[in-house]
Write a protein that binds this ligand. Structure first.
Ligand code: CTP
Length: 393
């Protein structure tokens, strides 16, 4: 669920800090890369070594003892999301007022990532007008406040103020991250087109549509409205509007009309470059002898979008076999913003697999090779890149 996402876990000093260790573990299990920052009083409740063992990184504990000269900004810039759990009344007050007097609060101020806050305190403190005022400020500033729940509190008391369970916090983190493409309109093409020879036969290719589907699903999960124009089986997912097509012409018609108001177009389909000029209305019979099939070019969907002005942010794909030089050439000549190349002949990559090893090219020919990843991870990394590009990072 949080595969490859960078989560900063801020732990402040309440007894619920012991649950932060389990939260860290659940985040790691969900695929997140987790780094922790603890307030001084948090270390009274939870050993820094415990979080280090769970996450593989020793928590940041102060401004002064770190190898990094500026641990709070390094951590804040690294984060895709920050979660403060537990968030004590004091930490909530400091977050609301921007009182950066410890490294946890400084990290929260230094990040542009969404912040999830999981309050934990006694009922009286939670209901106190000052705390309510502070939490309202945090929520108005865009923090995602999760909880508190009612139940057993420290010292044998009962009431509202208990930190919600770690799984609920993990879900809130996923929700906060998902929203990073909110309001975006995205068009994705997927699958291999089929160009009819006769009513039974077609010229096709081995594309399964899985890469395009993963891209569409990831964008929808992150809040985008997605139009998926596909020649393959499509996922039934909220936020993904599916336009089934068969031929390159149908895909072109749909893509060109839906691109008018799109922010991003990702052309993951394997589009036939040629189609039979005169498909037969009736099934070709063996007895009629060897058919001669004349081909004609199909429309270049990508080129049609690239030539528009204005045009959406445009991502092309290139399935190559062997050398990726063709992918580099396409990146520099096709008028795209990014081109994702892969070698369909290499193990674990290409058609019908759940994994892909891709190289991402820029129009200047520069390239970054990604490791072998699940297609879902490739999709999420791609959206991270597109988001950062569009935000001008
Ligand atoms: N594409 C397209 N319309 C076509 C053919 C391809 O929109 N008729 C898109 C694909 O979806 C992909 C990109 O163009 O994003 C590159 O596809 P590819 O087939 O590799 O490009 P070609 O220019 O056809 O290159 P090649 O010389 O390898 O055939």
């Amino acid at each position: 669920m949080l595969s490859g996402r960078r989560v900063v876990l801020g732990v402040s000093g309440g007894v619920a800090a012991y649950k932060a260790a389990y939260l860290a573990r659940r985040l790691v299990e969900a695929g997140a890369d987790v780094r922790c920052v603890m307030s001084e009083s948090a270390t009274q409740f939870l050993g820094a070594q415990t979080l280090a063992a769970i996450t593989g990184e020793f928590p940041v504990l102060s401004f002064w003892d770190e190898a990094d000269v500026s641990p709070h900004t390094a951590l804040g810039q690294w984060a895709d999301v920050m979660v403060v759990a537990p968030a004590t009344a004091s930490t909530i007050a400091k977050l609301a007022s921007g009182t950066s007097d410890n490294v946890l609060i400084a990290t929260a101020l230094a990040t542009e990532a969404p912040i999830v806050v999981a309050p934990a305190m006694h009922t009286e403190m939670w209901e106190n007008a000052a705390t309510q005022r502070n939490i309202a400020i945090l929520a108005a500033d865009g923090a995602h406040v999760v909880g508190p729940a009612a139940g057993a509190l420290a010292g044998g008391d009962h009431g509202t103020g208990r930190m919600v369970e770690p799984d609920e916090i993990v879900a809130a983190i996923a929700g906060a991250l998902q929203a990073d493409l909110a309001g975006w309109r995205v068009v994705v093409t997927a699958g291999g087109t089929r160009e009819p020879i006769d009513p039974v036969r077609y010229i096709g290719n081995r594309s399964s549509g899985r890469m395009g589907n993963a891209i569409a699903v990831a964008a929808a999960r992150r809040g985008a409205h997605v139009v998926l124009i596909t020649a393959a089986a499509a996922p039934a997912v909220a936020g993904v509007e599916v336009i089934p097509v068969e031929t390159a012409q149908e895909m072109a018609d749909a893509a060109w009309s839906r691109c008018d108001d799109a922010d991003v177009a990702v052309m993951a389909a394997a589009v036939a470059d040629f189609r039979p000029l005169l498909p037969s209305d009736e099934k070709l019979r063996r007895g009629e002898g060897m058919p001669e099939i004349t081909l004609e070019p199909t429309p270049d969907i990508l080129a049609g979008i690239a030539s528009r002005s204005p045009r959406p942010y445009l991502v092309g794909f290139a399935a190559e076999s062997g050398s990726l030089e063709g992918a580099r050439r396409k990146a520099t000549t096709k008028g795209v913003d990014l081109l994702v190349g892969n070698d369909v002949a290499s193990p674990g990559s290409g058609f019908g697999t759940d994994t892909n090893q891709v190289t991402v090219y820029r129009p200047d020919g520069s390239a970054v090779e990604w490791p072998l990843l699940s297609k879902t991870e490739v999709a999420d990394r791609l959206w991270d890149l597109i988001r950062d590009d569009r935000q001008g990072d």
